[in-house]
Design a protein around this ligand. Structure first.
Ligand code: ADP
Length: 573
């Protein structure tokens, strides 16, 4: 595949947001130049381990890996590799300690990270509660939520000048005395909008919910119980808020820590903004995604997964991501040191739903879930094998001897797999995002001069054209209905496979997330979509199901529950 085969929308995204510009705003590179720049920045790191390495040939192979759209590294790598900023990671977690100096130090560090295109996650659980005494001033503390507003404002100011909007995750433990204020902190539309929020939940709490018991609220300073609350009531409050506007999500802290590869370095308290990457304080991680659509081979019977190509792609991707850790210019020295100690990377996938369409497998079927599991098990195993092979040449990650892996094969990377949302990467890849089902098959876009443009999912277009069924009128009908489930002109065998996010039941959304989670070191970014008519009880059931199925967290969204939502079905955009 040549660079000219990259789709029109992808080129637009790259030109608008990714190509290097001079002071006057003129592009100083084209799309081929961008990928050359990235490949040329990442390949030479091989010389650290082998002074005779042929890094020119490696750069060519990385160039081909990216321009074929088989694999793309996360946005900061595309934007910044080989450029003066040189900050290549998408994900960071920073500590928030309970002192004025520490809080504002973290505000500053977060601003530096946002400026460079990274996203930050924080736990506010160590901050003393609203109303607690402040010894040095004799006053009272204003609590975690008030400080979240400060972080939010700082993000707002930085986003004017940075490359990306700036995104945060805010977490509060369920046993923090301010938990109610936290759950409601985004209730007013337009409040704390630069944050996603999640309640940090413990298994003890979930057991208390199931047994309808009280649980203790803990003073973050003294670690002593300061009150009791009904677990079920609090759980219902979380569910109610999420039902109202999609937040807070929940994350299962014990599960994040069960997979903490180096427990000696402390507890994992937070994830990155979209929830897929749990990290220690000051740790960062660079992600990358394999485009599964490009892993298909055409056979006389149709399409099939080319596992040989997938294996080669995983190996190249792991090599690429491991080099990124070395070439990365970290925003703080401490972040560099902590990151290099565990060398976490996060290889994931995008285009999973589109792949299923080519294979003729419905997303909401046992076969779909089984395929997810088989694919991710393969990627995870090959990814670990590739990391072990790198460890043989380059050494294991420095904290390996303290890690949960110490008795097994050497590993170059503390974690290997993560499933990112791929919000922009999937636009560049021209495929469905992450492991989400297709949101809508047809959109109508209003162009400025008043004309309308139809955006049709490429797999649906191909399928309908093959059968002689494609027409603009039919596409408009699909755009209006939002789903093709009830369109009589489309044969049943197509309707069964071309399901959209709202045709997939919340239970299947959750089963799919759990299937990917079982074979992912870090976590899975996934939204469980509900129809507008869903009840709170249905939301509660999904929270319980995700807990029982071993997910590391849950994010839900009920259609139409926010004033402005990013994606709309059944409406003309
Ligand atoms: P991309 O497709 O651009 O590489 P993803 O949508 O996969 O990014 O998001 C991956 C991670 O990148 C997020 O969880 C978050 O940590 C970070 N991120 C995404 N969007 C932003 C943003 N606008 N500002 C800062 N960080 C972001």
């Amino acid at each position: 595949m040549a660079i000219e085969d990259i789709g029109k929308n992808a080129l637009q995204v790259l030109e608008k947001r990714y190509l290097a510009k001079d002071a006057e705003g003129n592009h100083t590179e084209d799309v081929a130049g961008l990928f050359r720049r990235v490949a040329a920045a990442v390949a030479p790191e091989d010389r650290n381990y082998d002074e005779n390495a042929d890094t020119a040939a490696l750069a060519d192979s990385f160039y081909e890996l990216m321009t074929s759209l088989r694999f793309l590294p996360n946005s900061p790598t595309l934007m910044n590799a080989g450029r003066p900023l040189g900050q290549l990671s998408a994900c960071f977690v920073l500590p928030v300690e309970d002192s004025m100096e520490a809080i504002f130090e973290t505000v500053k560090n977060a601003a530096l990270i946002h400026k460079s295109g990274g996203g930050t996650g924080f736990s506010f659980s160590r901050l003393r509660q609203n109303g607690a005494p402040v010894n040095s001033t004799g006053g009272v503390a204003s609590g975690p939520v008030s400080f979240m507003r400060v972080f939010n404002m700082a993000t707002e100011a930085v986003k004017q000048g940075g490359t990306r909007r700036g995104a945060n995750m805010g977490i509060l433990r369920v046993d923090h005395p301010d938990i109610l204020e936290f759950i409601d902190c985004k209730k007013v539309n337009g409040d704390i909008t630069n944050f996603n929020i999640s309640v940090g939940i413990t298994e003890a709490f979930m057991q208390a919910v199931e047994e309808n018991r009280d649980y203790d609220l803990i003073d973050p300073q003294t670690r002593r119980p300061v009150g009791k609350r009904s677990a079920r009531e609090l759980f219902e409050k979380i569910v109610d808020a999420a039902w109202r506007n999609g937040e807070p999500g929940i994350i299962f802290l014990d599960r994040l820590n069960r997979d903490n590869v180096v427990p000696s370095q402390g507890e994992i308290e937070s994830t990155n903004p979209c929830g897929e990457q749990p990290l220690l304080p000051y740790e960062s991680c660079n992600l990358g995604s394999i485009n599964l659509v490009k892993m298909l081979a055409k056979t006389p019977e149709g399409y099939a997964v080319d596992y040989g190509l997938l294996r080669d792609t995983v190996r190249q991707a792991i090599h690429f991501l491991d080099n990124v850790i070395d070439v990365n210019n970290y925003p703080l020295e401490q972040i560099g040191a902590v990151t290099r100690a565990t060398r976490k990377i996060g290889l994931g996938v995008m285009g999973f739903a589109d792949m299923l369409l080519y294979l003729g497998v419905p997303y909401n079927s046992d076969e779909g879930v089984a395929l997810a599991e088989k694919l991710m098990a393969f990627i995870n195993a090959e990814g670990h094998a590739a990391s072990t092979a790198l460890a043989a040449q380059r050494g294991a990650f420095p904290l390996f001897a303290e890690s949960i892996y110490k008795d097994g094969d050497l590993l170059r990377n503390g974690t290997v797999t993560t499933i990112a949302p791929t919000g922009t990467l999937s636009m560049i890849g021209g495929c469905s995002s992450g492991v989400e089902p297709v949101f809508a098959y047809v959109y109508i876009r209003n162009i400025m001069d008043g004309t309308e443009m139809l955006e049709v999912n490429p797999v649906l277009r191909e399928k309908l054209q093959e059968r002689g069924l494609y027409s603009d009128a039919l596409m408009r009908k699909i755009a209006k209905e939002g789903t093709i489930a009830h369109i009589a002109e489309i044969p049943e065998d197509i309707r069964r496979v071309f399901v959209c996010a709202h045709d997939v039941s919340p239970v299947y959304h959750t089963r799919m997330q759990a299937a990917f989670q079982r074979h992912t070191d870090n976590a899975v970014s996934k939204t469980v979509n509900f129809p507008h008519s869903a009840t709170r009880e249905e939301v509660a059931e999904v929270y319980m199901l995700a807990y029982k199925m071993g997910c590391k967290g849950v994010t839900i969204y009920r259609d139409g529950s926010r004033d402005s939502q990013v994606l709309n079905i059944g409406s003309v955009k």
